[in-house]
Design a protein around this ligand. Structure first.
Ligand code: CTP
Ligand code: CA
Length: 224
């Protein structure tokens, strides 16, 4: 371990990273969620610590252990993630939205386990939109440097650049999730970074190596 290295690219910086899926309860025993493993977000936390940063990791339910030295805030739903982020983000220099936040939650959570109705062959769940956590951070009066992820199955660059502009981010990392060998749940990933006036492709690599490369670019942008 030893003394913190003040020459490290992110030394003195406080990063907040969201990671993993969120779970949106239907009733006490059921939920809506997605296949996010949290690996990319946890790799970013590990790399950021190695680069000298202080790290707050706001994580949905995953099976990973948090890297030693980070502040871990465990959440389940998107609303809990939003509350935790908003409570702590003002102190941060960089916000990275790596979580696969559920876009919708169930409009009325049942207090008791839902029962099948004998005379009905279908059931309709009404969903309402969740808050956009990343866009809310970017809309703060003094926002941190904001980096989003865009998981796309088609028109990857266009959709990612659209999110960069619409959410008013500093940078977006586009992720082609139509290739099942990379991305969700895989050990590997490939990203293309877009920011105002630049782009950079980071070809297939293990997620920790990619995290180091990505944070290197973030550190460069922070110096500007
Ligand atoms: N994000 C967020 N809060 C949400 C939805 C998304 O913070 N409610 C963040 C994600 O963590 C990611 C970025 O926004 O960094 C883009 O997420 P993505 O799902 O790709 O985009 P959406 O804006 O949700 O649009 P869509 O799913 O329709 O493509
Ligand atoms: Ca989404």
């Amino acid at each position: 371990m030893g003394a913190p290295n003040t020459n490290s690219p992110l030394s003195g910086k406080h990063l907040m990273i969201t990671a993993g899926p969120t779970r949106e309860a239907i009733d006490p025993v059921r939920y809506l969620s997605n296949h996010s493993s949290g690996k990319m977000g946890y790799a970013l936390a590990q790399a950021a610590l190695a680069l000298g940063a202080k790290v707050t990791l706001v994580s949905g339910p995953v099976t990973l252990s948090a890297p030693r030295g980070c502040q871990l805030i465990k959440v389940s739903s998107a609303q809990q993630m939003q509350d935790a982020v908003m409570q702590h983000v003002q102190a941060c220099d960089v916000f990275i939205g790596c979580a696969a936040v559920a876009d919708f939650r169930v409009a009325e959570q049942a207090e008791q386990k839902l029962k099948k109705q004998q005379d009905e062959d279908e059931m309709i769940l009404r969903l309402v939109k969740n808050p956009d956590i990343l866009a809310s951070v970017a809309a703060l009066e003094n926002p941190p440097f904001t980096l989003g992820f865009a998981a796309e199955t088609q028109n990857v660059a266009d959709y990612a650049k659209g999110k960069l502009a619409r959410k008013r981010l500093n940078m977006i990392a586009a992720n082609d999730v139509s290739d099942h060998k990379i991305g969700f749940n895989s050990e590997h990933n490939a990203l293309t970074l877009f920011w105002n006036g630049g782009e950079l492709a980071l070809p297939v690599n293990d997620k920790l190596t990619l995290a180091h490369q990505l944070l290197g670019v973030v550190a460069q942008q922070l110096e500007k």
